[in-house]
Design a protein around this ligand. Sequence first.
Ligand code: WTA
Length: 640
Amino acid sequence: MATNATPFPHRISTKDQYFEAWKMAHDKPQEFWGDIAGSYQWMKPWQKVQSGDFNDLDIKWFEGATLNITANCLDRHLEERGDKTAVIWEANDPKEAPITYTYKELHAEVCRFANVLKDRGVKKGDRVVFYMSMVPELLTGVLACARIGAIHSVVFGGFSAQALAGRIQDCEASMVITCDEAYRGNKTIPLKAITDEALESCTTVKDVLVRKRTGGSITMKEGRDHDLLPMIEKASSDCAPEEMQAEDPLFILYTSGSTGKPKGLMHTTAGYMVWAGYTFNNVFQMDEEDIYWCTADIGWITGHSYITYGPLLNGATTLMFEGVPTYPDAGRFWEVVDKFKVTHFYTAPTAIRALQAMDIELVRKHDLSSLKVLGSVGEPINEEAWEWYNKEVGKERCPIVDTWWQTETGGIMITSLAGVTESVPAHATYPMPGVNTDLVDNEGNIIEGNPAEGNLCVHNPWPGMARTIWGNHERYKETYFTTYPGKYFTGDGARRDNEGRYRITGRVDDVINVSGHRIGTAEVEDAINEHPSVVESAVVGFPHDIKGQGIYAYVICQPGVEKTAEELKPELNEIINKVIGPIAKPDVIQPVSGLPKTRSGKIMRRILRKIAAKDLKDLGDTSTLLNPEIVDEIKKGAGL
Ligand code: WTA
């Protein structure tokens, strides 16, 4: 059953083929996905392509098969593209030389790293947490885990010690891999010191591997902490891939939801591989010699599926960038595109809007003629940003793929296919083959016909879906499958046009999307409520020109405590930095004496969202509130 890497099998090349593929995947999913999976390398074949449904939630893909995803990302390419560049790494500082790895070199490096893990006793099924910046060892380390069957869990380097500790404890990691410090523009972030603080409360971690990057001063704990690079250098580059069951966990990635603490979404090996590989191949439509750059961080799902696994499964050249879009100046993205002749560029609307607000010469002075395809991900892209991206970056000759998906979905779900199906401003457009979408009203009735607007659901299992929440399958069922029984509820709202193309309108639950980062309002409220003078708080999102959404916090202080927003701000920011990290800091804080509540005591967030958005139209009937008078006070406090 083992096959060699044929370049781009199952590539959809015309719009008709897209509709045929979608229909085939809909009508005969087992045949469809069995055929796609046939182009990967398996150690043992599967007995059944798919089993389980959204009622039993015991979903399995390619059961019985065994494989190793890194054999598919690396070994499979060695014969045909061993000397092709697999990874280009560009440093934070443009004066520092980039590093490139051919497929052969990457293979050797991953094997060496895998041997380091083995030497430290890491085994199949163990959890390894990464808390790093975008250094090459983040990518090779993740693959090294997959090589030996350890489960990686990457925590974004912007999270706090407490947030890191919560994740380490939740997955009971035995190892943490970090850097001494991270470079981020002209700043450094003390990752090792934060890790040390986190580990004070973690009992499961035996080893910490430290990738020295800045040479900044750190303390190394005898017996626990080890210097990573010399260990990699000494290790053997020979490491056979571990034989994994199709449904063995590949990774856990934490993300915020509308309630409670972050959820560790668990992705498994075979289905995720097929989904990441298939979607990358078809969405981006790369040629063999193209250069692909996704600007995400590997700490988020986009960096897992579309910096690491998707491109490597397809034998592509993937660029990994350590820095930020504004350092040394706001032309950095375009300078990097020019420097490496990037053909496929994938970024977030928030970056586009931020760069759009800068001097246009920062874009125009760079040669962007290498670009062929542009991508957008992470939040709805507004029409203005879409038009600017199309005109100034793509020079009106590059299709834009607006890709809608989630940590839960593993890979892209709704998008146009570059140059194959049409790009429509601000529209994700068509579901991928294998994705059967419904719009439902709040009662769960399917809204038939076009145009339509409602809550976005998917009613069939797809290979890349997360299988569970680590350690809490009940919560997984409860969160995603009970709102509309038998359906996966995305938490997003969407509109469908006359052609059946989707436009995502944003979250309809209590999740806010700040600069493409998912933040649960409940998490921010919990942090704010830790302030000794705070009695209660309510956090909502509001439209923000650059970030997409900003964070607006209404805060009730204890009687007798008269704090202004200015006084509260530094105190609350300090707590939020400690509990979550700087990404969750509120943009606006408004002290209030009460919150609008229903007679059953529920906060009327709809009213708070309207006031935060300075939109008093359709405020609705407030007379049925427990405390209707509070609305006027809050409006006044907001300057309305
Ligand atoms: C939002 C990121 C509109 C959406 C891959 C989703 C989008 C959440 C788009 C998931 C898009 C992502 N258009 N909204 N193209 N892509 N979103 O888990 O609200 O970090 O539910 O995954 O981002 O965020 P996550």
